[in-house]
Design a protein around this ligand. Sequence first.
Ligand SMILES: NC(=O)C1=CN([C@@H]2O[C@H](COP(=O)(O)OP(=O)(O)OC[C@H]3O[C@@H](n4cnc5c(N)ncnc54)[C@H](OP(=O)(O)O)[C@@H]3O)[C@@H](O)[C@H]2O)C=CC1
Ligand SMILES: O=C([O-])CC(=O)C(=O)O
Length: 435
Amino acid sequence: MAVAELSPCYQTQIVKPPHLSWLSNNHKLNLLGLPKASRITEICCSLAPNQVQTPVAVPTGAQSIKPECYGVFCWTYDLKKEEETRSWKKMITIAISGAAGTISNHLLFKLASGVVFGPDQPIALKLLGSEKSFHALEGVAMELEDSLYPLLREVSIGIDPYEVFEDAEWALLIGAKPRGPGMERADLLDINGKIYAEQGKALNAVASPNVKVIVVGNPCNTNALICLKNAPNIPAKNFHALTRLDENRAKCQLALKAGVFYDKVSNVTIWGNHSTTQVPDFLNAQIGGVPVKEVIKDQKWLEEEFTEKVRKRGGVLIQKWGRSSAASTAVSIVDAIKSLITPTPPGDWFSSGVYTNGNPYGIAEDLIYSMPCRSKGDGDYELVKDVIFDDYLRKRIKTSEEELLAEKRCTAHLTGEGIAVCDLPAGDTMLPGEM
Ligand SMILES: NC(=O)C1=CN([C@@H]2O[C@H](COP(=O)(O)OP(=O)(O)OC[C@H]3O[C@@H](n4cnc5c(N)ncnc54)[C@H](OP(=O)(O)O)[C@@H]3O)[C@@H](O)[C@H]2O)C=CC1
Ligand SMILES: O=C([O-])CC(=O)C(=O)O
């Protein structure tokens, strides 16, 4: 079944394909990546098949039919014509992969509510799924509609990254295959690396040239490096691997041990890989503005128990929940975005897996490695220079670096650097969720 007649939906009959019967007129909703013959680019009416709607007046100035629409009908909203929305900022476009997954299900509703980008920032969400998840993605879009978020002005769903990533100013890349029983770490690097190579190419071709990319799907550091290498037109500095969840976990453990609320804990760096070699830095961290080591005088606890707890927190949670951290991961993605769009509080910093070229710490170049960052709130960041090191910290930073170098060698075929050689260090290269 196809759209019956091409005229404004407030005047005439629209017959929609049965699988689109859930669409309503609150938002523009695009279906991207469907076969061209069945794709309806923008749909605005919520009429059941064969239902006739009597003519209604278009609210003056509030909505109009988009002139470039063809074959379908769509509302556009001129935000500058409405009193309540006149002061709003220009809409931004956020693309999300793995959008039918668990983390995404927590994240999307935070983005749409305005708590991330602010109460005057309208957003367009472009959701990437697969053929397998497409129906679930429709369900996600339905729930977003039913939430009536004023700031959510567009939702589109699709399975082709070249369409979904078009004009994206933020790309939150969450989709990845989880490591299954008996699967080698090298297999996971290869399978997910291929996804991120493809998505890097798509971002390079169609996203906004200054798109900010946050890679969540594991192994997130190496996935981010692969994505970056396949997107040479996008500044390397714009790519992040999410280590904010690890930072939040470390802050929680330090607060618990010191008997303070976690807002007193600052300057926590996670160094290295989002894996069990990550280094939660208690040397530079502070509690109430005082070095952690002066508050928690138990060096053994800091070196052993604290470090292990943070590194393996994901695994313990999986044992309790039966699935990996999703709500707290979504919260940490929000924190990571906010850290880039709001000035970092004086004296503090945040952790992110970022490109190592030009780093002041002597870490090998050409990796995505978690380091301490500060931002002016303009979407960009600088690495923090005034951090101190001791032998304990240096040694562990090196171990995580070696792991990432090995992951890089193992994915050389995906970064354009020749033939892959997988000599992953035994015992390491575990995700936080692996035990
Ligand atoms: N960096 C961090 O701090 C954390 C990272 N993670 C990682 O985030 C990722 C997503 O977690 P979560 O949302 O809970 O997982 P889910 O399994 O709920 O969703 C992930 C999505 O990834 C997509 N996917 C699954 N398999 C494949 C495949 N073979 N090829 C392409 N896409 C696939 C699926 O979407 P579709 O079919 O639509 O493509 C799926 O909906 C995982 O890699 C997890 O390890 C988790 C917690 C913390
Ligand atoms: O290991 C996983 O898949 C989950 C994960 O990254 C974490 O909990 O930090």
